[in-house]
Unconditional design. Sequence first.
Length: 272
Amino acid sequence: MNRRIILVILLIVAYSGVDAVAQSAGGKTKKVHYNAFSHNDYNRARPLWDAVDRGYNCVEADLWLIDGEIYVAHNREDVKAERTFEKLYIEPLAQLVAQNKGRVYRKGKKPFMLMIDCKSDGEEMLPVLKAKLEKYRSMFCYVKDGKMHKGAVLLFISGKRPMKTILEQGDGYMFLDGIISELGSNIDSNMMPVVSDNFTKFVKWNGEGEISQAELEKMRGYIEKTHAEGKLFRWWGAPDKAQFKKIFIEEGVDLIGADDLDILIDVIQGMK
């Protein structure tokens, strides 16, 4: 009798725990922050979940192709057998989409954005990535005959991008993260929905004093040119400090990167 009771209790706890994780991440988030980008998300105590619990609508995962499997890690020596892209990101996102009637967030109005940074060669990784994601294909945004069809998740690729293949094939559900030098190259916003670049390469302001008017205008020019092409803009490499996040929001940067998730949330809430 005691064994039965213990077994029942264990089953209830196990089931409730899984459901609680899913509910806390997608079901009970009161506010979705569409401009919040979780940088190097896989380094967190709970990859994906820590960001989604706070309403972040974009996360980044660095990927390595090793012996036919795709792993999540910043450096190759950090790769661990249990930390595959499918286990850490794709399966949990599919769970949320199923739970929330076709959305990552129950009240989400835009696709959730999943940026992958190819640390291995993107052209080599692409066919393996496609094979791994095929059974989840229905949850992704996709382009067919030049038209974007919205899904629950928008997947775009940074790093060592398979740019040649993705642009040649035209249709599909994997897109590109662009760079500033590619603006004006007539790359359709469907295929390259985001432009991201290194803040310190273009702007010298380090947070001391006020940013100069010249650098402010320079930054505005990049953002305006990106928006004119119908794309979202993101800086990477900026200090993870509130003053940078505040000015990025004020100037219309679309995706604001954060290492400390709570710093960005505090800035967003403080600017309401």
